[in-house]
Design a protein around this ligand. Sequence first.
Ligand SMILES: N[C@@H](CCC(=O)N[C@@H](CS)C(=O)NCC(=O)O)C(=O)O
Length: 207
Amino acid sequence: MLRVWGRTNSSNVMKVLWLLDELGLAVERIDAGGAFGRTGTAEYRAMNPLGLVPTLEDDGFALFESNAILRYLCNAHAPGNSFYPAEPRARGTVDAWLDFQQTALNRPQSVVFAGLVRTPPEQRDNEAISAGVTEAGRIWGILDTRLESRPFIAGDGLTLADIAFGVHAHRWFVMPIARPDSPHLHAWYERLLARPAYRRHAAVTPS
Ligand SMILES: N[C@@H](CCC(=O)N[C@@H](CS)C(=O)NCC(=O)O)C(=O)O
């Protein structure tokens, strides 16, 4: 039985739960991280050295880093699935966007999310939040251009790239911020909203 450690309001945990749901794979989930703790023990650190969530356990094998977990789940439990295509160029494209999510979007989007959703107004660093909105908006703008000529990030169908960005897209569209106009990005977000698994795990009230 697959086991996921992580609280459901973590974007990186959402990615994994959304993919598992899309693939119809059963999972046992253990609340961990944030107020749940459990991530500081030596046993947990042996699975996830930074003590972050998510962690995946699969029959004695443990894996950290959400995007690595997405790839592993497709490789090990859904080989041939189009979410992570085998053809080298198609796979390379998905990998590039997965890396781009982690390296370009994550930081500015986290500043905005943590600032507006998890910090009381009197303690907010409004300058940092505003700079985060500008930078995250620039990255989402790149996605908007990308999605002008294709329904999903890597082409015609949903892939891991959409999952990695999709968990952040809902937050982006529901947070009280001044977003740049992005019609193609918004149309893609609506395509995600049509998927029950996305609504179950990612399109939830930010907390
Ligand atoms: N690059 C890591 C980042 C993991 C991460 O930052 N997780 C956050 C939640 S989204 C976390 O563990 N925060 C501390 C906690 O929940 O205790 C990944 O993609 O898995």
